[in-house]
Ligand binder design. Structure first.
Ligand code: NAD
Length: 260
């Protein structure tokens, strides 16, 4: 059912996005790959997916802080791929500091990349989904879209924001064959959290692996980080026909973090 659909995954050069790209490619889904890497590296990545999975691929390195670049990116992707059927807003960054010390440029970047970019990609992709009367919008929020944590004012604001945006899109598209959901992961083993692990290692004077364990167990009852592929497989389920009634949901994958 999903073979030959087109999926755009922002931030698919690393971590969760890259793992999700492999999971979708295994089903014959054509891919618009995206992230911060050079055109040469990105095109090599896209070629390797095309060859490995016998799918059509495209790469773009639009900086999501710039709405005009996002518009240009999506317009070009629609011309080259014909449609965007599955949109996964995944790209994100993190910066930790108390609200009183939070650098303005970091606040602006986090809101732009983790929240506003999703508005722009959704706005530009929806007409293609509406035309085909089918679509899946999956926003990678976070457990921090549901609860707060100290030193994460911008991240929590953006992630709560994307949870709200998702609900509105789900309502607006409920009769159009298009679902919109947020996935809210706890700790996932990707480069995004390396700085936080390093901070714990320095503060507690422990090795990296011990710091990783301490970071996870401080808030998450399940004492292990998720493999990014687990998120990819959940995304694939949300794309399936079985998941057509799941819309407007904020779905935790958080090792019981928010069960407390
Ligand atoms: P990652 O650092 O491995 O990947 C981030 C991706 O975003 C990369 O492809 C990068 O190129 C892209 N990106 C960053 N800034 C960009 C910009 N200005 N323009 C365009 N692309 C940009 O991170 P990850 O852990 O895979 O994170 C993916 C998503 O999952 C993020 O939204 C993150 O908030 C969310 N998340 C992660 C965790 C975790 O523990 N790792 C937990 C919950 C939610």
């Amino acid at each position: 059912m999903l073979k030959d659909k087109v999926a755009l995954i922002t931030g698919s050069t690393s971590g969760i996005g890259l793992a999700a790209a492999h999971v979708l490619a295994e089903q014959g889904i054509n891919l618009i790959l995206h992230g911060l890497m050079s055109n040469e590296e990105g095109e090599a990545l896209a070629d390797s997916f095309a060859e490995q999975y016998n799918i059509i691929t495209l790469f773009d390195n639009a900086d999501l802080r710039d709405p005009e670049s996002i518009h240009t990116f999506i317009d070009a992707a629609l011309i080259k791929m014909g449609s965007i059927d599955i949109l996964i807003n995944n790209a994100g960054i993190q910066h930790t500091a108390s609200a009183v010390n939070f650098p303005l440029n970091k606040w602006n970047d986090i809101i732009a990349i983790n929240l506003s970019a999703a508005f722009h990609t959704i706005q530009k992709s929806l007409p293609s989904m509406q035309k085909n009367k089918w679509g899946r919008i999956i926003n990678i929020a976070s457990v921090h879209g549901l609860v707060g944590s100290v030193n994460k004012s911008a991240y929590c604001a953006a992630k709560h924001g994307i949870v709200g945006l998702t609900k509105v899109i789900a309502l607006e598209c409920a009769e159009q064959g298009i679902t919109a959901n947020s996935i809210c992961p706890g700790w996932v083993d990707t480069p995004l959290i390396n700085n936080q692990i390093a901070e714990v290692a320095a503060k507690e004077n422990v090795e990296f692996e011990q710091a990783k364990y301490n970071l996870v167990t401080a808030k998450q009852p399940l004492p292990e980080m998720m493999d990014p592929r687990q998120i990819g497989e959940f995304i694939l389920f949300l794309c399936s026909d079985s998941a057509r009634s799941i819309t407007g949901s904020s779905l935790p994958m958080d090792g019981a973090w928010t069960a407390q």
